[in-house]
Design a protein around this ligand. Structure first.
Ligand code: PGA
Length: 254
């Protein structure tokens, strides 16, 4: 059975002091909920403080982005090498990065490979726009994104990484995909992995859903067989809602 994961994407929220406080509050409530992988992804500048708070716990830390080069003349960027020791995971290709910062399937692929080379676990994001959804293109769009993101990645590596299906129209809108919709597209993602590698690899690879998840809808979402967890935005900014989501998931998997 795949281990469930609740990953919090804090996006561009929280000062260092606030991040520390939130990590402490989460640590106090779900430090021992080992049945669920818990990952907190604060902004870069908060990574040392959050890593420090979580140093002796099983709650992991993730970055929200990275550059594919190890170092060099890339003003404003952060490399996988720099994240070593500060993060175990890294979100790659979030739709906000694709939308506002020009990330492409090609750069996502470069980043995925660089993250793996640096011992970081990528949380690779894919998902269709509202227009694509309404045009019935969801499966086709997501298939291409997964194929491109995983190009050149080995079967062994794929099983370690995490793929997050996040329909763009559901992110931050309060309008989550229905559990059935989310399940169907997470199944498409797994099918692509099976096609690129094999069924055993696909069965071992975790696929998360993201987009307006919260403590109210998480139980229905987590009961779907293809969904192995959530990438949580807004609801991850408060310890109460994030921890409730972790606890609900732990109970479902008990
Ligand atoms: P949301 O964000 O939960 O606030 O919709 C999800 C995400 O962007 O990862």
């Amino acid at each position: 059975m795949r281990k469930p994961m609740m990953a919090g994407n804090w996006k561009m929220n929280k000062t260092v002091a606030e991040a520390k406080e939130l990590a402490q509050a989460i640590q106090a409530q779900v430090a021992t909920v080992e049945a669920v992988d818990r990952v907190l992804c604060p902004p870069f500048v908060c990574l040392p403080a959050v890593q420090d708070v979580l140093a002796n716990s099983s709650i992991a830390v993730g970055a929200q982005n990275m550059h594919w080069a190890a170092s060099g003349a890339y003003t404003g960027e952060v490399s996988g090498e720099m994240l070593q020791g500060l993060a175990q995971y890294v979100i790659i290709g979030h739709s906000e990065r694709r939308q506002y910062f020009g990330e492409t399937d090609e750069s996502v692929n470069q980043k995925v490979k660089a993250a793996l080379a640096h011992g970081l676990i990528p949380i690779v994001c894919v998902g269709e726009s509202l227009e694509q959804n309404e045009g019935g293109q969801t499966a086709a769009v997501v298939t291409l994104q997964v194929q491109d993101a995983l190009d050149g990645v080995s079967a062994e590596q794929v099983q370690t990484l995490v793929i997050a299906y996040e329909p763009i129209w559901a992110i931050g809108t309060g309008k989550a995909a229905t559990p059935q919709q989310a399940n169907a597209t997470c199944g498409v993602v797994r099918g692509v992995v099976a096609h690129m590698f094999d069924d055993a690899v696909a069965q071992a690879t975790r696929v998360l859903y993201g987009g307006s998840t919260n403590d109210k809808n998480i139980a229905d979402i987590m009961q779907q067989p293809e969904i192995d967890g959530a990438l949580i935005g807004g609801a991850a900014l408060k310890a109460e809602s994030y921890c409730a989501m972790v606890q609900t998931t732990a109970q479902l998997y008990a």
